[in-house]
Design a protein around this ligand. Sequence first.
Ligand code: HEM
Length: 394
Amino acid sequence: MDSATLLARITDYASRPNPYPLYAELREAGPVVQQADGSYLIGTYHEIAALLHDPRMSADPRTRGEVAHKPPFLRLDDPEHHRLRTLAMRPFGPPHSPRRVDSMRGEIDRITRELLQSFEAGRQIDIVDDFAYPLPVTVICRLLGVPREDEPLFRAWSDALVAAADVRPEDDSAEEDKAGDQARMEMGGYLVNLAEQRRGDPGDDMLSAFVNEPDPALRLTQEELAETAVLLLIAGHETTVNLITNGSLTLLRHPEQLDRLRREPELLPRAVEELLRYEPPVHMRGRVPHADIDVAGTEIPQHASVILALASGNRDPMRFDEPDRFDPARPDNQHLGFGSGIHLCYGGPLARIEAQAALGALLPHLGGASLVEDPPPYRQNAMLRGPRHLPIQL
Ligand code: HEM
Protein backbone atom coordinates (compact mmCIF):
# COMPACT_ATOMS: atom_id res chain seq x y z
CA MET A 1 0.00 0.00 0.00
CA ASP A 2 0.92 3.64 -0.37
CA SER A 3 3.31 4.71 2.37
CA ALA A 4 1.92 8.29 2.17
CA THR A 5 -1.29 7.02 3.78
CA LEU A 6 0.44 5.45 6.79
CA LEU A 7 -0.52 8.20 9.25
CA ALA A 8 -4.16 8.03 8.11
CA ARG A 9 -4.11 4.24 8.47
CA ILE A 10 -2.37 4.27 11.86
CA THR A 11 -4.77 6.86 13.31
CA ASP A 12 -7.83 5.10 11.80
CA TYR A 13 -9.81 3.68 14.72
CA ALA A 14 -9.87 0.25 13.06
CA SER A 15 -6.08 0.02 13.67
CA ARG A 16 -6.30 0.69 17.39
CA PRO A 17 -6.20 -2.94 18.58
CA ASN A 18 -2.99 -3.62 16.67
CA PRO A 19 -1.08 -0.79 14.97
CA TYR A 20 2.22 -2.69 15.10
CA PRO A 21 2.13 -4.16 11.55
CA LEU A 22 1.68 -0.59 10.27
CA TYR A 23 4.69 0.56 12.29
CA ALA A 24 6.70 -2.27 10.68
CA GLU A 25 5.56 -1.01 7.28
CA LEU A 26 6.60 2.52 8.31
CA ARG A 27 10.13 1.43 9.31
CA GLU A 28 10.45 -0.52 6.05
CA ALA A 29 9.46 2.58 4.05
CA GLY A 30 11.50 4.94 6.29
CA PRO A 31 13.34 6.29 8.14
CA VAL A 32 11.49 9.46 7.01
CA VAL A 33 8.15 8.98 5.24
CA GLN A 34 6.29 12.00 3.93
CA GLN A 35 2.53 11.79 4.27
CA ALA A 36 -0.28 12.89 1.96
CA ASP A 37 -1.02 15.87 4.26
CA GLY A 38 2.60 17.10 3.97
CA SER A 39 3.73 15.91 7.39
CA TYR A 40 6.78 13.68 7.97
CA LEU A 41 6.35 10.45 9.87
CA ILE A 42 9.36 8.82 11.54
CA GLY A 43 9.33 5.36 13.09
CA THR A 44 12.95 4.24 13.52
CA TYR A 45 14.53 4.26 16.98
CA HIS A 46 17.79 6.08 16.28
CA GLU A 47 16.21 8.87 14.22
CA ILE A 48 13.49 9.43 16.83
CA ALA A 49 15.97 9.51 19.69
CA ALA A 50 18.25 11.93 17.81
CA LEU A 51 15.37 14.29 17.00
CA LEU A 52 14.11 14.28 20.60
CA HIS A 53 17.56 15.57 21.56
CA ASP A 54 17.91 18.03 18.66
CA PRO A 55 17.68 21.70 19.74
CA ARG A 56 16.51 22.63 16.23
CA MET A 57 13.27 20.78 16.91
CA SER A 58 10.46 22.76 18.55
CA ALA A 59 7.64 21.32 20.64
CA ASP A 60 5.81 24.67 20.61
CA PRO A 61 2.65 24.79 18.45
CA ARG A 62 3.17 28.58 18.08
CA THR A 63 6.18 27.81 15.85
CA ARG A 64 3.66 26.97 13.11
CA GLY A 65 1.15 29.58 14.27
CA GLU A 66 -1.22 26.85 15.42
CA VAL A 67 -2.27 28.48 18.69
CA ALA A 68 -2.04 32.00 20.11
CA HIS A 69 -1.92 31.29 23.86
CA LYS A 70 1.17 30.17 25.71
CA PRO A 71 0.96 26.36 25.96
CA PRO A 72 1.95 24.26 29.00
CA PHE A 73 5.67 23.50 29.29
CA LEU A 74 5.22 20.07 27.65
CA ARG A 75 4.87 22.15 24.49
CA LEU A 76 7.34 24.96 25.18
CA ASP A 77 10.98 25.22 24.11
CA ASP A 78 13.93 26.23 26.27
CA PRO A 79 14.50 28.57 28.03
CA GLU A 80 10.76 29.04 28.81
CA HIS A 81 10.32 25.28 29.11
CA HIS A 82 13.25 24.83 31.49
CA ARG A 83 12.05 27.46 33.95
CA LEU A 84 8.54 26.03 34.28
CA ARG A 85 9.66 22.40 34.24
CA THR A 86 12.09 23.10 37.08
CA LEU A 87 9.41 24.82 39.15
CA ALA A 88 6.82 22.13 38.55
CA MET A 89 9.08 19.14 39.20
CA ARG A 90 10.21 19.98 42.72
CA PRO A 91 8.01 17.34 44.41
CA PHE A 92 9.38 14.77 41.93
CA GLY A 93 13.06 15.39 42.64
CA PRO A 94 15.93 15.92 43.00
CA PRO A 95 16.65 12.30 43.80
CA HIS A 96 19.12 13.07 46.60
CA SER A 97 16.46 14.75 48.71
CA PRO A 98 13.46 12.87 50.09
CA ARG A 99 11.05 12.95 47.18
CA ARG A 100 7.40 13.61 47.85
CA VAL A 101 6.49 10.92 45.31
CA ASP A 102 8.53 8.28 47.13
CA SER A 103 6.68 9.05 50.34
CA MET A 104 3.46 8.15 48.52
CA ARG A 105 4.38 4.48 48.12
CA GLY A 106 2.50 3.40 51.27
CA GLU A 107 -0.54 5.35 50.23
CA ILE A 108 -0.46 3.83 46.74
CA ASP A 109 -0.34 0.32 48.27
CA ARG A 110 -3.30 1.19 50.47
CA ILE A 111 -5.40 2.54 47.57
CA THR A 112 -4.51 -0.57 45.54
CA ARG A 113 -5.63 -2.90 48.34
CA GLU A 114 -8.89 -1.00 48.75
CA LEU A 115 -9.68 -1.25 45.05
CA LEU A 116 -8.93 -4.97 45.02
CA GLN A 117 -11.36 -5.70 47.84
CA SER A 118 -14.21 -6.09 45.38
CA PHE A 119 -12.26 -8.64 43.30
CA GLU A 120 -13.91 -11.93 44.25
CA ALA A 121 -13.55 -15.22 42.39
CA GLY A 122 -16.40 -15.79 39.95
CA ARG A 123 -17.02 -12.07 39.38
CA GLN A 124 -16.59 -10.20 36.12
CA ILE A 125 -14.75 -6.94 36.58
CA ASP A 126 -13.54 -4.15 34.31
CA ILE A 127 -9.81 -3.58 34.85
CA VAL A 128 -10.16 0.01 33.58
CA ASP A 129 -13.14 1.32 35.55
CA ASP A 130 -12.65 -0.81 38.66
CA PHE A 131 -8.88 -0.52 39.03
CA ALA A 132 -6.54 1.06 36.48
CA TYR A 133 -8.39 4.41 36.24
CA PRO A 134 -9.29 5.08 39.91
CA LEU A 135 -5.73 4.42 41.17
CA PRO A 136 -3.79 7.13 39.27
CA VAL A 137 -6.70 9.58 39.57
CA THR A 138 -6.68 9.23 43.35
CA VAL A 139 -2.89 9.58 43.45
CA ILE A 140 -2.61 12.68 41.26
CA CYS A 141 -5.55 14.33 43.07
CA ARG A 142 -3.76 13.77 46.35
CA LEU A 143 -0.47 15.12 45.01
CA LEU A 144 -1.98 18.22 43.40
CA GLY A 145 -4.59 18.89 46.07
CA VAL A 146 -7.69 18.33 43.94
CA PRO A 147 -10.81 16.88 45.65
CA ARG A 148 -11.30 13.30 44.46
CA GLU A 149 -15.09 13.84 44.41
CA ASP A 150 -14.65 16.33 41.56
CA GLU A 151 -13.55 13.54 39.23
CA PRO A 152 -16.74 13.57 37.07
CA LEU A 153 -16.16 17.29 36.51
CA PHE A 154 -12.53 17.12 35.40
CA ARG A 155 -13.03 13.83 33.55
CA ALA A 156 -15.21 15.62 30.98
CA TRP A 157 -12.61 18.40 30.54
CA SER A 158 -9.81 15.89 30.36
CA ASP A 159 -11.62 13.86 27.66
CA ALA A 160 -12.10 17.00 25.54
CA LEU A 161 -8.48 18.11 25.96
CA VAL A 162 -7.04 14.72 25.18
CA ALA A 163 -9.24 14.46 22.06
CA ALA A 164 -7.99 17.87 20.88
CA ALA A 165 -4.36 16.89 21.46
CA ASP A 166 -4.60 13.63 19.50
CA VAL A 167 -2.44 13.06 16.42
CA ARG A 168 -4.45 12.97 13.18
CA PRO A 169 -3.93 13.87 9.55
CA GLU A 170 -4.15 17.64 9.15
CA ASP A 171 -7.30 19.72 8.49
CA ASP A 172 -9.38 17.26 10.38
CA SER A 173 -9.64 18.79 13.81
CA ALA A 174 -11.55 22.12 14.00
CA GLU A 175 -14.36 20.80 16.21
CA GLU A 176 -12.08 19.02 18.68
CA ASP A 177 -9.88 22.12 18.88
CA LYS A 178 -12.81 24.32 19.85
CA ALA A 179 -14.05 21.91 22.50
CA GLY A 180 -10.46 21.52 23.73
CA ASP A 181 -10.00 25.30 24.11
CA GLN A 182 -13.20 25.58 26.07
CA ALA A 183 -12.22 22.67 28.34
CA ARG A 184 -8.72 24.07 28.86
CA MET A 185 -10.13 27.40 30.01
CA GLU A 186 -12.71 25.87 32.33
CA MET A 187 -10.30 23.34 33.81
CA GLY A 188 -7.61 26.01 34.27
CA GLY A 189 -10.11 28.32 35.99
CA TYR A 190 -11.23 25.50 38.27
CA LEU A 191 -7.64 24.65 39.29
CA VAL A 192 -6.61 28.30 39.82
CA ASN A 193 -9.67 28.73 42.00
CA LEU A 194 -8.71 25.67 44.09
CA ALA A 195 -5.17 27.03 44.44
CA GLU A 196 -6.46 30.47 45.50
CA GLN A 197 -8.43 28.86 48.33
CA ARG A 198 -5.09 27.65 49.76
CA ARG A 199 -3.37 31.05 49.61
CA GLY A 200 -2.19 31.76 53.14
CA ASP A 201 -3.56 28.41 54.32
CA PRO A 202 -1.41 25.80 52.60
CA GLY A 203 -1.80 22.01 52.69
CA ASP A 204 0.97 19.60 51.68
CA ASP A 205 -0.12 19.61 48.02
CA MET A 206 1.33 21.12 44.85
CA LEU A 207 -1.38 23.74 44.28
CA SER A 208 -0.68 25.07 47.80
CA ALA A 209 3.05 25.16 47.09
CA PHE A 210 2.50 27.07 43.83
CA VAL A 211 0.38 29.89 45.33
CA ASN A 212 2.36 30.20 48.55
CA GLU A 213 5.81 30.41 46.97
CA PRO A 214 7.71 33.05 48.99
CA ASP A 215 10.42 33.73 46.37
CA PRO A 216 9.06 36.08 43.65
CA ALA A 217 11.59 34.63 41.17
CA LEU A 218 9.96 31.21 41.57
CA ARG A 219 6.35 32.34 41.33
CA LEU A 220 4.07 31.32 38.47
CA THR A 221 1.78 33.80 36.74
CA GLN A 222 -1.89 32.92 36.88
CA GLU A 223 -1.79 31.73 33.25
CA GLU A 224 1.26 29.54 33.96
CA LEU A 225 -0.38 28.12 37.06
CA ALA A 226 -3.50 27.21 35.08
CA GLU A 227 -1.57 25.57 32.22
CA THR A 228 0.80 23.71 34.54
CA ALA A 229 -1.91 22.38 36.83
CA VAL A 230 -4.00 21.21 33.85
CA LEU A 231 -0.94 19.47 32.38
CA LEU A 232 -0.10 17.69 35.64
CA LEU A 233 -3.65 16.56 36.32
CA ILE A 234 -4.04 15.14 32.80
CA ALA A 235 -0.52 13.71 32.38
CA GLY A 236 -0.81 12.22 35.86
CA HIS A 237 -3.69 9.93 35.04
CA GLU A 238 -4.46 9.63 31.30
CA THR A 239 -1.22 7.71 30.70
CA THR A 240 -0.83 5.60 33.84
CA VAL A 241 -4.30 4.12 33.31
CA ASN A 242 -3.09 2.76 29.96
CA LEU A 243 0.12 1.36 31.42
CA ILE A 244 -1.77 -0.66 34.04
CA THR A 245 -4.46 -1.76 31.56
CA ASN A 246 -2.06 -2.62 28.71
CA GLY A 247 0.03 -4.42 31.32
CA SER A 248 -2.89 -6.54 32.54
CA LEU A 249 -3.88 -7.34 28.95
CA THR A 250 -0.33 -8.30 27.97
CA LEU A 251 0.07 -10.57 31.01
CA LEU A 252 -3.25 -12.29 30.31
CA ARG A 253 -2.13 -12.87 26.74
CA HIS A 254 1.18 -14.37 27.96
CA PRO A 255 0.20 -16.83 30.72
CA GLU A 256 3.70 -18.34 30.86
CA GLN A 257 5.17 -14.90 31.62
CA LEU A 258 2.40 -14.21 34.11
CA ASP A 259 3.31 -17.46 35.93
CA ARG A 260 6.95 -16.52 35.84
CA LEU A 261 6.24 -13.15 37.45
CA ARG A 262 4.21 -14.83 40.15
CA ARG A 263 7.18 -17.08 40.90
CA GLU A 264 9.78 -14.29 40.54
CA PRO A 265 8.12 -11.05 41.72
CA GLU A 266 11.55 -9.38 41.83
CA LEU A 267 11.25 -9.22 38.02
CA LEU A 268 8.31 -6.82 38.29
CA PRO A 269 10.26 -3.54 37.86
CA ARG A 270 11.86 -4.89 34.67
CA ALA A 271 8.50 -6.21 33.49
CA VAL A 272 7.07 -2.69 33.83
CA GLU A 273 9.93 -1.31 31.71
CA GLU A 274 9.22 -3.97 29.11
CA LEU A 275 5.54 -2.99 29.08
CA LEU A 276 6.57 0.63 28.49
CA ARG A 277 8.45 -0.62 25.44
CA TYR A 278 6.10 -3.32 24.18
CA GLU A 279 2.72 -1.60 24.75
CA PRO A 280 3.53 2.04 25.57
CA PRO A 281 0.74 4.40 26.70
CA VAL A 282 2.06 7.24 24.47
CA HIS A 283 2.40 6.24 20.81
CA MET A 284 3.32 9.47 19.05
CA ARG A 285 4.57 13.01 19.70
CA GLY A 286 4.73 15.94 17.31
CA ARG A 287 7.61 18.37 16.70
CA VAL A 288 8.38 21.23 14.29
CA PRO A 289 11.87 22.08 13.00
CA HIS A 290 12.98 25.73 13.46
CA ALA A 291 15.22 25.33 10.39
CA ASP A 292 15.52 23.02 7.37
CA ILE A 293 17.03 19.79 8.68
CA ASP A 294 18.45 16.67 7.11
CA VAL A 295 17.31 13.38 8.61
CA ALA A 296 18.96 10.26 7.23
CA GLY A 297 19.29 11.88 3.80
CA THR A 298 15.79 13.42 3.63
CA GLU A 299 15.44 17.21 3.79
CA ILE A 300 12.64 18.24 6.16
CA PRO A 301 11.75 21.89 5.62
CA GLN A 302 11.48 24.48 8.38
CA HIS A 303 8.03 24.53 10.06
CA ALA A 304 6.95 21.17 8.65
CA SER A 305 4.93 18.94 10.93
CA VAL A 306 7.06 16.01 12.15
CA ILE A 307 5.47 13.07 13.92
CA LEU A 308 7.70 10.78 15.94
CA ALA A 309 6.14 7.33 16.36
CA LEU A 310 7.68 6.40 19.72
CA ALA A 311 5.80 3.09 19.80
CA SER A 312 7.36 2.15 16.47
CA GLY A 313 10.85 3.04 17.70
CA ASN A 314 10.22 0.67 20.59
CA ARG A 315 9.72 -2.19 18.10
CA ASP A 316 12.66 -1.33 15.86
CA PRO A 317 14.72 -4.51 15.21
CA MET A 318 17.78 -2.29 14.61
CA ARG A 319 17.65 -1.43 18.32
CA PHE A 320 15.91 -4.35 20.09
CA ASP A 321 16.41 -8.10 19.59
CA GLU A 322 13.15 -9.82 18.70
CA PRO A 323 11.23 -6.60 19.29
CA ASP A 324 7.80 -8.21 18.94
CA ARG A 325 8.47 -10.59 21.81
CA PHE A 326 7.28 -9.60 25.30
CA ASP A 327 10.26 -10.41 27.52
CA PRO A 328 9.90 -9.22 31.13
CA ALA A 329 13.60 -9.87 31.72
CA ARG A 330 14.79 -7.98 28.61
CA PRO A 331 18.28 -6.53 29.12
CA ASP A 332 19.38 -3.06 27.89
CA ASN A 333 15.84 -1.77 27.61
CA GLN A 334 16.21 1.94 26.80
CA HIS A 335 12.66 2.28 25.50
CA LEU A 336 11.02 5.52 24.38
CA GLY A 337 7.96 5.04 26.60
CA PHE A 338 8.69 8.21 28.58
CA GLY A 339 10.17 10.08 25.61
CA SER A 340 13.74 11.37 25.78
CA GLY A 341 15.65 14.66 25.78
CA ILE A 342 14.49 17.86 27.48
CA HIS A 343 10.84 16.76 27.66
CA LEU A 344 11.62 13.35 29.19
CA CYS A 345 8.68 12.50 31.44
CA TYR A 346 9.49 13.36 35.03
CA GLY A 347 6.34 11.60 36.20
CA GLY A 348 8.16 8.37 35.35
CA PRO A 349 9.21 7.53 38.91
CA LEU A 350 5.64 8.01 40.15
CA ALA A 351 4.14 6.06 37.23
CA ARG A 352 6.59 3.22 37.92
CA ILE A 353 5.66 3.08 41.60
CA GLU A 354 1.97 2.99 40.66
CA ALA A 355 2.33 0.36 37.93
CA GLN A 356 4.56 -1.90 40.03
CA ALA A 357 2.17 -1.69 42.98
CA ALA A 358 -0.91 -2.21 40.79
CA LEU A 359 0.40 -5.11 38.71
CA GLY A 360 2.11 -6.71 41.73
CA ALA A 361 -1.15 -6.71 43.67
CA LEU A 362 -3.10 -7.87 40.61
CA LEU A 363 -0.86 -10.89 39.83
CA PRO A 364 -2.58 -13.35 42.19
CA HIS A 365 -6.00 -12.37 40.75
CA LEU A 366 -4.87 -12.63 37.13
CA GLY A 367 -3.64 -16.20 37.63
CA GLY A 368 -7.10 -17.76 37.31
CA ALA A 369 -8.65 -14.97 35.23
CA SER A 370 -9.60 -14.89 31.57
CA LEU A 371 -10.27 -12.14 29.05
CA VAL A 372 -13.93 -11.67 28.23
CA GLU A 373 -13.09 -10.01 24.90
CA ASP A 374 -9.84 -10.10 22.96
CA PRO A 375 -9.14 -7.55 21.59
CA PRO A 376 -11.01 -5.38 24.10
CA PRO A 377 -12.75 -2.16 23.00
CA TYR A 378 -10.18 0.65 22.65
CA ARG A 379 -10.29 4.36 23.43
CA GLN A 380 -10.62 6.62 20.40
CA ASN A 381 -7.21 8.24 20.94
CA ALA A 382 -4.32 7.13 18.71
CA MET A 383 -1.63 9.05 20.60
CA LEU A 384 -2.68 7.95 24.11
CA ARG A 385 -3.58 4.41 23.18
CA GLY A 386 -5.22 1.91 25.50
CA PRO A 387 -8.39 -0.11 26.08
CA ARG A 388 -11.54 1.79 27.09
CA HIS A 389 -12.69 -1.30 28.99
CA LEU A 390 -10.94 -4.52 29.87
CA PRO A 391 -13.55 -6.97 31.13
CA ILE A 392 -12.10 -10.06 32.76
CA GLN A 393 -13.66 -13.07 34.43
CA LEU A 394 -12.07 -13.88 37.76
C1 HEM B 1 2.90 5.48 32.38
C2 HEM B 1 2.73 6.72 32.59
C3 HEM B 1 3.32 7.82 31.77
C4 HEM B 1 3.81 7.80 30.49
C5 HEM B 1 3.89 6.64 29.54
C6 HEM B 1 4.25 9.15 30.20
C7 HEM B 1 4.83 9.52 29.00
C8 HEM B 1 5.35 10.77 28.74
C9 HEM B 1 6.04 11.14 27.53
C10 HEM B 1 6.28 10.22 26.34
C11 HEM B 1 6.41 12.42 27.65
C12 HEM B 1 7.24 13.24 26.63
C13 HEM B 1 6.36 14.02 25.70
C14 HEM B 1 7.13 14.71 24.61
O1 HEM B 1 8.37 14.58 24.50
O2 HEM B 1 6.50 15.42 23.80
C15 HEM B 1 5.95 12.89 28.92
C16 HEM B 1 6.13 14.16 29.42
C17 HEM B 1 5.60 14.58 30.63
N1 HEM B 1 4.97 13.80 31.58
FE1 HEM B 1 4.57 11.85 31.49
N2 HEM B 1 4.03 9.93 31.29
C18 HEM B 1 3.47 9.16 32.28
C19 HEM B 1 3.09 9.53 33.55
C20 HEM B 1 3.21 10.80 34.03
C21 HEM B 1 2.83 11.22 35.36
C22 HEM B 1 2.31 10.31 36.46
C23 HEM B 1 3.08 12.57 35.42
C24 HEM B 1 2.89 13.56 36.53
C25 HEM B 1 2.39 13.44 37.64
C26 HEM B 1 3.62 12.98 34.14
C27 HEM B 1 3.99 14.25 33.81
C28 HEM B 1 4.62 14.61 32.64
C29 HEM B 1 5.04 15.97 32.36
C30 HEM B 1 4.86 17.17 33.28
C31 HEM B 1 5.65 15.94 31.10
C32 HEM B 1 6.28 17.12 30.35
C33 HEM B 1 7.75 17.22 30.66
C34 HEM B 1 8.43 18.34 29.89
O3 HEM B 1 7.87 18.86 28.92
O4 HEM B 1 9.52 18.74 30.31
N3 HEM B 1 3.69 11.89 33.33
N4 HEM B 1 5.30 11.85 29.58
